[in-house]
Write a protein of this length. Sequence first.
Length: 372
Amino acid sequence: MKTGWKKLPFEEVITDVSGGNVKTPQGEFLPEGQFAIVDQGKELISGYANEEKRLCHADLPVIIFGDHTRCFKYVDFPFCMGADGVKVLRPKVEAEVKYLYYYLRQLHITDAGYSRHFKYLKQSEVVLPPLEEQKRIADILDRAEALRAKRRAALAQLDELVQSIFIDMFGDPVNNPMGWNTKKLEKLCAKIFGGGTPSKSKPEYYEGSIPWVTPKDMKRDFIQDSIDHISAQAVEESSTKLIPPNCLLMVIRSGILKKKLPVAINICEVTMNQDMKGFFFDNKFTNSYFMLYFFKIYQRDLLNRVRSVTADNLEFDQIKDINVIVPPIEKQQIFALRVSAVGKLKTTHEASLAELDELFASLQYQAFRGEL
């Protein structure tokens, strides 16, 4: 280790200052208000409150750790604590909080499911360079993180642009102000595909090259590959099926349905698990590009139908029964061309973001080893 650098037990460097603060249950979150609420979810701000008594009393800035989610957040503004699983952390020694935030964020913490993880975090060690070096490292990582944030914002703006084009051409699909004819979703499909999971007891099923799409892959509009792959034998001997290109894939069972409806178009032939459905549309009526953005806009209405059991589900019979606006196919094809054009831009931005992610990972790796 470099001269002047120390490696110390977590509890010698960082303390939990969560105690004694008011915790706000999720049911009391407001959509807007005077004070931000920070909980253990992925978003920095999860809601708002108006009562000053709810404010966290810890000195700022602080690091928020999600005891269940393992999420870290850097908070330098007055905030209220969410009720469940929020740990508010501060340094016990002289240290740059932003440096500690980046350091903790790169630690590998055992995934214990929806259990408590702070006990694992407390078992870790913290590498502490001299204070000025901490500040230098935090500044470099801040600048790299800002570049990634700008690229993510550009991608979000492109998606908003296409949704605006959809509304301009077709109106709100929920209210149908342009009076288009409608059809049940099921009637627009030449075929609807279900998914399945090949037996995990046969490892050879998972040694192939066929993409096996699951909800964790559904983070992009266009699916060209997946994290997991299966073999042709797995397809033949299980309930999963080969799905042709240009279908609309939809997640119907996942915790993410509390917040959004993941939909995407598969560019290549894929398979998928039982948490998903695939729609192959009759091209006399519609196409997957139109339907992709139909559901992106329609999703708020649809997600009101999510019911919570062991997982969050969409009732598939209700999905098939949705009334879909059906503008002239020629108009839909014009929209599809515009989606395709924007999609090329998104691909460029996504490639750039991937490079920035690699750069950040490299800088982070070097920084905490004294090689930056």
